[in-house]
Design a protein around this ligand. Structure first.
Ligand code: BLA
Length: 520
């Protein structure tokens, strides 16, 4: 895998970004021996930030920094679980300068200490801070607002507004991933002079898998200045291990040069990004951009972390509730069919009378029933001959068994069905009979049909060089990747389709039994 900084666009997916070997210059990093607190490794900016040159620190006891740091670390080690960074405040040197620090312990036992000058110290970028009372008031009203949000859309709007008010970045968006890892901007709060990114889509490749895995561990990342010279670790390899330092949990970690170039190309100077996590998976990101350097004090990053955590919890609750609602809708649908069948003797028309009940639970744009040679449709669908061709293909592909058949790129899977792409790029089909070709199918239109375009869709842009990376190119790349595809069917949706299919088969069997009884 390419070392940090050595990746190009062909292999950046595997860049070892956690082995960055450097920190952003606004803070200093020290690696300490887990036993005697000897300094094993330092970032090159210690002279400027701590007033001691690397040579004066390396292999020395931490106490050479003076102040109360050594005592505070000893106290923390007695009480705290240091597998994740723990915040502490300390004073260094004879002048007792204040620092915000974070400490965590690696599996090897070494301690990683990150130090950022507290307010009042001379820094290159103004430190953004809020009084604790203001922060507490902002947080408590935000938590109330998040807790009351009835839908993901309302919640996301509240999140961008609250985070922008709290942190002051020029733009804050909520970026949501689909099952394939592509992302969409679902909420935005921005400085009025900025162009909107709301509704824009980006391909999964913009955020490599390795970075996504890292963002589950390290929930808030700040980039203070995309152009600031980075401070390399000295020595480059951690003594004792002779390996690069694992910086997965480091707040000061330098970011991948490819990503930095992407940000420069979009004119962004500083970012703050927080993970939205649902059931152990990265659901989305809260991403903030600033067009000049921006530096939040660690307490404000912690507040952002808390907001992201609460938003994540609320997302799970809303989505779980939505799933329960859908299950309820299916039961109602079933009930209505049973009633309609007993009063009208015909379940098929009952099923298609109210298109919403059929389409909405599966977020489909069309539906078709093939039954006893008839074709009933609702929503947007291809022509009947095209539907019959689709049926023939689905039957051949689905084989025996009663698992639903799901495909999100019909025209690509079978070029003979390419003309179905606009209205039926996606199909989710359940079999209603073993003996006859009776099927219920939900359709999804091509996702490009319903997106907000970032630029001219007819002019694809393919970058081979990081200097050309940009959201515009990214959007073009996403458009190329998803051309001819529908939004993929989720496992929940497939399970639901199966549930509806089973219910229908029950009803059909009952109807047939009744018919037989009447005939006798
Ligand atoms: C990381 N790329 C990211 C991150 C975002 C994006 C949000 C996470 C940054 C963080 O958490 O701090 C993508 N940012 C976007 C998008 C928008 C945005 C889509 O503002 C839209 C408005 N990036 C590429 C390509 C590669 C790439 C083609 O576009 C590689 C081939 C790499 N992106 C890349 C890497 C990271 C990244 C390596 C990790 C950065 C790091 O944490 O070090």
């Amino acid at each position: 895998d390419p070392a940090f900084g050595q990746a190009d666009l062909t292999n950046c997916e595997r860049e070892l970004i956690h082995l960055a070997g450097a920190v952003q210059p606004h803070g200093a990093l020290l690696v300490l021996d887990g036993g005697d607190l000897r300094v094993l490794q330092v970032s090159g900016n210690v002279q400027r930030l701590l007033g001691v040159a690397p040579e004066g620190l390396l292999q020395q006891p931490l106490a050479v920094l003076g102040g109360d740091l050594t005592e505070r670390i000893a106290a923390l080690r007695r009480t705290a679980d240091l597998r994740e960074p723990v915040a502490l405040q300390c004073q260094l040197g004879a002048e007792r300068r204040g620092f915000d620090a974070a400490l965590h312990q690696l599996a090897s036992g070494a301690l990683v200490l990150e130090l950022e000058p507290a307010p009042g110290s001379p820094v290159d970028v103004e430190l953004q801070d809020l009084a604790p009372e203001v922060m507490a008031a902002t947080l408590s009203s935000a938590l109330q607002r998040f807790g009351a949000a009835p839908s993901v859309g309302v919640l996301a709007d509240a999140v961008v507004e609250v985070v922008r008010n709290l942190t002051g970045y020029d733009r804050v968006v909520v970026y949501k991933f689909d099952p394939d890892g592509h992302g969409k901007v679902i909420a935005e709060s921005r400085h009025p002079r900025l162009e909107s990114l709301l509704g824009h889509h980006y391909p999964a490749s913009d955020i490599p898998q390795r970075a996504r895995a890292l963002y589950l561990l390290n929930r808030v990342r700040m980039l203070v200045d995309v152009d600031a010279p980075q401070a390399p670790l000295m020595p480059a390899l951690l003594p004792g291990t002779e390996a690069p330092l694992d910086m997965s949990l480091c707040q000061l970690r330098s970011m991948s040069p490819i990503h930095l170039q992407y940000l420069r190309n979009m004119g962004v100077t500083a970012t703050l990004t927080a993970s939205l996590v649902r059931e152990g998976q990265l659901w989305g990101l809260i991403a903030a951009h600033h067009y000049s350097p921006r530096y939040l004090r660690s307490t404000m990053r912690a507040a952002t972390d808390l907001l992201a955590e609460v938003a994540s919890t609320r997302i799970s609750a809303i989505e779980n509730y939505a799933h329960a609602q859908v299950a309820l809708m299916v039961r109602r649908l079933e009930q209505r069919l049973v009633e309609a069948t007993s009063t009208e003797g015909e379940w098929r028309y009952a099923l298609f009378r109210n298109p919403r009940t059929l389409l909405q639970p599966l977020d489909a744009t069309g539906a078709v029933l093939f039954c006893e040679g008839e074709v009933l449709t609702t929503g947007e669908t291809p022509s009947t001959p095209e539907l019959r061709a689709l049926l023939a293909w689905v039957q051949a592909e689905a084989g025996a068994g009663d698992a639903p058949f799901a495909c999100a790129s019909v025209g690509q899977a079978n070029p003979a069905l390419d003309s179905l792409t606009p209205t039926a790029s996606g199909v989710l089909a359940v079999r209603l009979s073993d003996r006859s070709p009776d099927w219920l199918m939900w359709l999804r239109k091509e996702q490009l049909q319903s997106v907000t375009w970032a630029g001219d869709p007819a002019k694809p842009m393919v970058a081979s060089n990081p200097l050309e990376l940009s959201p515009r190119r990214s959007f073009a790349a996403w458009s190329e990747i998803v051309r001819g595809t529908a939004v993929p069917w989720s496992t929940t949706e497939v399970a639901l389709a199966r549930g509806i299919g089973v219910a229908l088969v029950d009803i059909i069997v009952q109807v047939q039994a009744v018919r037989l009884l009447i005939a006798e």
